[in-house]
Design a protein around this ligand. Structure first.
Ligand SMILES: CC(C)(COP(=O)(O)OP(=O)(O)OC[C@H]1O[C@@H](n2cnc3c(N)ncnc32)[C@H](O)[C@@H]1OP(=O)(O)O)[C@@H](O)C(=O)NCCC(=O)NCCS
Length: 167
């Protein structure tokens, strides 16, 4: 456990609750793309972590993050409405950041709905900055704002000598 909240990896049985929270909290006004089946695929995918916070078995929040060769990408992130502003989102994000740092990721990236002021404020609070927009990204209903947090420098210092095997 990395934070004060018990954050664990999701199990297959969490897929339905995650999908329903995504539909209600993230995908409202759009087609429901993160169905139970898609969430289940992410839970089983080796390059993806689906993290959940629970209380007495009930799902309070979750995050889905994909780990690439260099950068990690948050695909989905939500906290139940009744649990917001209690630090739960911060605990989930701290868990993601810790795992991405340990995995050697250079940055964490994500897209948020341009009109999602709470999400943008949340990520800014945690050191993310806006790096651009994707017009019409959400089914031409809404633009996306891209956000990024650098975890380590993107390149090795140029002054560093090339590695040579010792004779
Ligand atoms: C964005 C979200 C995950 C934040 O989760 P949370 O548990 O409420 O976040 P925290 O309590 O850890 O908030 C940490 C800080 O972020 C900022 N913040 C969070 N919600 C905010 C809001 N509605 N307005 C302004 N700032 C906010 C604040 O600085 C807050 O610190 P404070 O409460 O001491 O002022 C949550 O609002 C949510 O699930 N929203 C719906 C789904 C969503 O938009 N997901 C993101 C998709 S990219």
């Amino acid at each position: 456990m990395i934070t004060a909240y018990p954050i664990t990896l999701a199990q297959a049985a969490d897929a339905r609750a995650i999908a329903e929270l995504s539909r209600d909290a993230i995908e409202r006004g759009l087609s429901w793309r993160w169905t139970e089946r898609r969430v289940l695929r992410s839970i089983l995918e080796p390059t993806v972590n689906v993290a959940v916070a629970r209380r007495e078995g009930e799902l309070l929040g979750f995050a889905v993050m994909q780990y690439g060769d260099e950068d990690a990408h948050i695909s989905l992130f939500a906290v139940r409405a009744a649990e917001r502003r209690t630090g739960l989102g911060s605990a989930l994000l701290a868990w993601l950041e810790a795992t991405a740092t340990i995995a050697g990721m250079r940055s964490i990236r994500l897209e948020a709905r341009a009109g999602n002021a709470p999400a943008k404020a949340f990520y800014r609070h945690h050191g993310f900055s806006e790096s651009g927009t994707n017009p019409g990204y959400y089914e031409d209903v809404e633009d996306a704002v891209r956000m990024v947090k650098q975890l380590r420098p993107s390149a090795l210092p140029t002054a560093m000598p090339p590695w040579r095997p010792t004779p």
